[in-house]
Write a protein that binds this ligand. Structure first.
Ligand code: SAM
Ligand code: DTB
Ligand code: SF4
Length: 345
């Protein structure tokens, strides 16, 4: 960590911190002081602290900004499945891999409204719609706007993820009342090139800029457990936190390994490493909603509880993500009850 004149450190308040813990100065990690200049060595120092110190620090920051027992609930729907021309090595919807998924058309409005209504009745406050496109056409945008407006009419916040967006398209979506646009950076710039060859990291950053400039809220995170190094995980966090605005929502996905994709069979990530990533994300982006996203289906309850302790405060809820399984709603309700968690209004 760089030297600092401020001696009021967060770790100094920790009764359990010891010599090996990293002093993160309050002016660096405190309320109302969002940083956008993280260096890799600082993130490494934060991330590799003793686990208890890292979690204590993340939980402490979390409590400065949020009610620690409230979790925001989002439900996902794939509105256009399969047949995507991109070659993302993790994704079951790419045409490049044979995963048994067919190519479907854009869902009609009634199907979407029915799903949104069911999600709201089950307790979701946000409805996220995903399309397997590299980039939507202007005609696609007009059709998606109708879906967004129908979901808004059901009283839900709206989020969509359609691939790369042009500036005019982002403005059109904002004018139509869309709340969030999801566009993930997914990994470090270095590892990204090994995961996707059909687009560049810069193109991702350009879309994020178009989204921000249009005044939409950004939902931007990534996937870990893709065989990346720890430094790649740090690099992803660095990119996210050093964006001109911290994303409003940060989904952290654990790779769902799908047979037929090149990433099927990759070595599984240590669950405590996943928890560390959540805690570091919380510490670096203390005001963002941090979503425990794909991968909960295979994660045990104790690990999920640690993720909430590390500052995760949002989940995808409902038995399906886009094309893969998510925990049963009854199991999630039980988990919330066991942990004393309440859905955020
Ligand atoms: N096609 C658009 C795009 O890529 O921007 C939107 C849909 S895409 C399925 C949305 C996100 O889902 C990806 O950025 C990635 O983070 C996540 N995702 C896809 N497949 C996944 C998998 N097998 N495991 C975990 N996350 C996955
Ligand atoms: C995000 O970060 N994760 C969601 C959502 N944004 C669109 C998607 C997860 C997809 C997992 C694989 C699937 O179900 O196809
Ligand atoms: Fe297409 Fe998105 Fe899947 Fe990549 S992640 S193959 S862009 S649907």
């Amino acid at each position: 960590m760089p030297a600092t004149a401020n001696t009021d450190t967060i770790t100094s308040k920790s009764p359990a911190s010891n010599d090996r813990s990293v002093s993160i100065a309050a002016h660096q990690l405190g309320a109302g002081n969002l940083r956008h200049d993280w260096q890799l060595n600082e993130i490494r120092a934060l991330y590799t602290q003793p686990f208890n110190d890292l979690l204590w620090q993340a939980q402490n920051l979390h409590r400065q900004h949020f009610n620690a027992n409230q979790v925001q609930i989002s439900t996902l729907l794939s509105i256009k499945t399969g047949g995507c021309p991109e070659d993302c090595k993790y994704c079951p919807q790419s045409v490049h891999y044979n995963t048994g998924l067919g190519r479907e058309k854009l869902l009609d409005k009634q199907r979407v409204v029915d799903a949104a209504r069911a999600a709201r009745e089950a307790g979701a406050s946000r409805f996220c719609m995903g399309a397997a496109w590299r980039q939507p056409t202007d005609r696609n945008i007009d059709k998606v706007i109708e879906l967004v407006q129908a979901v808004r009419d059901e009283g839900l916040e709206t989020c969509i993820t359609l691939g790369m967006l042009k500036a005019e398209q982002a403005h059109k979506l904002k004018a139509a009342g869309l709340d969030y646009y999801n566009h993930n950076l997914d990994s470090s710039p270095e590892y990204y090139q090994q995961v996707i060859t059909t687009r560049t990291y810069q193109e991702r950053l350009d879309t994020l800029e178009n989204v921000r400039e249009a005044g939409l809220k950004t939902c931007c995170g990534g996937i870990i457990g893709m065989g990346e190094s720890r430094d790649d995980r740090l690099g992803l966090l660095q990119q996210l936190a050093n964006l001109p605005e911290h994303p409003h929502s940060v989904p952290i996905n654990l790779l769902v390994q799908v047979e037929g994709t090149p990433m099927h069979g990759v070595e599984e990530l240590d669950e405590l490493e996943f928890v560390r990533t959540i805690a570091a994300a919380r510490s670096m982006m203390p005001e963002s909603m941090l979503r425990l996203s794909a991968g909960r289906e295979t994660m045990n309850d104790a690990t999920q509880a640690l993720c909430f302790l590390a500052g995760a405060n949002s989940i995808f809820y409902g038995e399906q993500l886009l094309t893969t399984a998510n925990p049963a709603t009854a199991a999630d309700q039980q988990l919330f009850q066991r942990l004393g968690l309440q859905p955020m209004a």
